[in-house]
Write a protein of this length. Structure first.
Length: 680
């Protein structure tokens, strides 16, 4: 079967529809092109805007970094502790936009520190007229361009906008506002000389940062070993001289900031410090000589009880006039002038309590000398015997050193070689001339007392003493007798034996031939050359002559104990209602006078009083409102091991970092606040 298909001819309507569809496609294509062009243009514009924004943000970050780096540069200048370049005193001075005072003379406490002045830096415009660091043009942080886009040199600069301080009493807070700038330096094409011109700022940021401020004496060399506000050492007569052996200076408190004194030379004052005399203005910014209350610690005072009431015990020492108290040393309760002998002479270790009996004051021997040693027959142990008789004349007859069987000996516990008792604790006696009543004392020279034997040649007999009240051929008068007086720390401040200090009030100190040893190894001894409140004084003075001596010791053993040379633990101080600011020829009653080596080591601190060294040499410090030297004065400021005494005192007396007397520096250390950046 055959199938036939008819092919129809396209009609006119179909052709018209095809043409219309072609027109719509063209419109759609054109619209699509417009959309694509618009999208691409938007993306391009966005990319351009993003690039511009990123560039701006980059410049802002550079400005913040410039502010931070500028702050660090300012801080580096202010924290430089070098003597020649020290400017830390600026931490104490405000510096606001309308009153730039950092470039004015500094006239506060450490005014000699201000001689260096501000550093001279050229600002970004090439000028040095504006004082660093406040030039409006700022100071360059870089010379090479921060960007290599060929459009000129991009530079960062900084300046201090303001500074405020709350510094007081050695510490405080300092707040800085430092600005950082980003500029582009372009070449001026219309300028034949190709000079640089500055375009507007690209970015600017302000940093606000706070620091903790702290004033301190940086090193022992800057401490005031000697400190005074009036002294004949600082005059032009040259009648007296001072030598400081070791680190330290003479701090001179002045009434005004006289900058001419900072470079003044004194031929009569020498020391290892470069500026051995350091003038300081005495004002609220300066540490002055502390009052006696500074040495309080736990406040334990030597006291006595009378009729159930407790009073501060007042001491008197005088070996020139026996009528004062009948002996070299005597005491009285603080509310009365009724003195009682406190101790007897010649190596006396036992102090007499108030109200007890006392032997005849005419004797010049000492019970302490009447000792002996008793040993086990095989030398396993030994005992130390002390004569129980308090009458010296009878002791000489009944307590001979080789009569160890006498009932008049009081024996110690057994000591063994392992106890390592030094031989010097054994001081026996023998008759030198029994007819004349003279004796001599021998001190064992063995390292261990168990090796000391009676009658052997191991005794040092070079310490003659007077054992009779009658003058002998060796001693034509009492003036030739040298006394030794010992004060045990266990016999003073007994109201608190565990204390870390013992304060002793002294009404009179007038020694010409007496060695006064005070045990101060376990707690400091503070001697007050006054009698405290509500107590009157009579016939008082404070003098140590050439043949006298006052010092602290670690042990009272031996005929003559060895001074321990710990000045921080033997403080001599005084309180007065008014300051003494002169050096008259005659010694006043309150003046403290010491001669030669009569004061081997001490911490002398008189914030209102006057000190008179006479051809003297000592270890420690002398701080006095008035220092009136006669002849040569030598002050040693460190021990044989090279440790400065001021370092020992800082620890012992808990002197804070912001305390002390000397050349001080102020430093800025990192604060606890947040950094604040401001953009505009």
């Amino acid at each position: 079967m055959t199938i036939f298909y008819r092919l129809s001819k396209p009609n006119r309507a179909h052709k018209s529809l095809q043409k219309e569809e072609q027109g719509v496609s063209l419109v759609i294509s054109l619209l699509m092109g417009v959309i694509l062009i618009t999208g691409v243009t938007g993306l391009l514009i966005r990319q351009i805007a993003a690039k511009k924004s990123a560039s701006s943000e980059s410049y802002q970050q550079m400005a913040e970094i410039a502010a931070s780096n500028g702050f660090n540069r300012i801080l580096a200048v202010l924290n430089n502790a070098s003597t020649a370049e020290y400017r830390g005193f600026l931490f104490t001075e405000d510096n606001e936009p309308d009153s730039w005072i950092w470039n004015t003379p500094y006239e506060k406490g450490q005014y000699c520190s201000g001689l260096a002045g501000l550093p001279i830096y050229t600002d970004a415009s090439g000028s040095t007229e504006a004082p660093w660091p406040v030039s409006p043009d700022g100071y360059k942080l870089n010379e090479e361009s921060m960007r290599g886009d060929g459009k000129g040199v991009v530079l960062t600069t900084y300046r201090l906008r303001s500074y405020s301080s709350t510094f007081s009493e050695g510490q405080g807070t300092g707040t800085f506002e430092v600005e950082g700038f980003v500029r582009r330096i372009e070449n001026n094409g219309n300028n034949d000389n190709n000079e640089e011109t500055t375009s507007p700022l690209l970015a600017r940021a302000r940093l606000t940062r706070s620091l903790q401020l702290e004033s301190a004496i940086a090193r022992p060399d800057d401490w005031g070993v000697v400190a005074t506000q009036t002294s004949n050492l600082l005059g032009s007569s040259g009648a007296a001289s001072l030598e400081i052996k070791g680190p330290g200076r003479l701090v001179w408190y002045t009434s005004m900031a006289d900058r001419d004194l900072c470079n003044k030379k004194f031929n009569n004052i020498s020391g290892q410090s470069t500026d051995v005399v350091w003038p300081v203005l005495r004002d609220n910014n300066s540490q002055f000589i502390p009052a006696s209350s500074f040495y309080n610690r736990d406040g334990t005072v030597d006291q006595a009880s009378v009729n159930g009431k407790t009073y501060n015990r007042v001491w008197s020492f005088d070996d020139t006039d026996p009528t004062i108290c009948g002996w070299v040393a005597c005491t009285s309760p603080g509310n009365t002038q009724g003195r009682q002998p406190a101790a007897i002479l010649q190596n006396q270790e036992l102090l007499q309590e108030e109200g007890s009996s006392q032997s005849d004051s005419s004797n010049t021997g000492s019970i302490d000398n009447y000792k002996t040693i008793k040993k086990h027959w095989r030398g396993k142990w030994f005992k130390i015997g002390t004569c129980k008789i308090k009458d010296i004349d009878k002791a000489q007859e009944n307590c001979e050193s080789d009569d160890t069987g006498s009932k008049d000996w009081s024996w110690s516990d057994k000591y063994y070689r392992s106890d390592k008792i030094d031989g010097s604790v054994i001081t026996i006696w023998r008759w030198k001339d029994k007819n004349k009543g003279t004796i001599e004392v021998g001190t064992c020279i063995e390292n261990n007392a168990i090796d000391c034997d009676l009658g052997d040649n191991m005794w040092d007999w070079n310490i003659p003493t007077e054992g009779s009240s009658e003058p002998t051929a060796e001693s034509d008068s009492e003036a030739n007798v040298n006394y030794t007086l010992k004060i045990d720390s266990d016999d003073i401040c007994t109201n608190n034996n565990s204390s870390d200090v013992c304060h002793i009030f002294i009404e009179k100190l007038n020694l010409t031939k007496t060695q006064l040893f005070i045990k101060n190894d376990t707690r400091a001894i503070v001697l007050h050359l006054n009698v405290g409140e509500n107590t009157s004084r009579a016939n008082y003075q404070y003098t140590l002559r050439t043949n006298a001596q006052l010092c602290g010791v670690n042990s009272l053993a031996g005929a003559t104990p060895t001074c321990n040379l710990k000045p921080a633990q033997l403080v001599i101080t005084q309180d007065r209602n008014s300051e003494l600011r002169s050096c008259p020829t005659d010694q006043a009653a309150d003046d403290f006078l010491f001669t030669g080596v009569s004061l081997p080591a001490a911490w002398v601190s008189f914030n209102t009083g006057r000190v008179r060294p006479v051809n003297a040499s000592m270890q420690g410090v002398i701080w006095a409102s008035s220092l009136c030297a006669q002849g040569d004065l030598t002050v040693t400021s460190e021990n044989s091991g090279g440790t400065a005494f001021v370092d020992q005192a800082k620890t012992y007396w808990n002197i804070p970092t912001t305390g002390g007397i000397g050349r001080r520096i102020v430093r800025g250390i990192r604060g606890s606040g947040f950094d604040i950046f401001k953009r505009w």
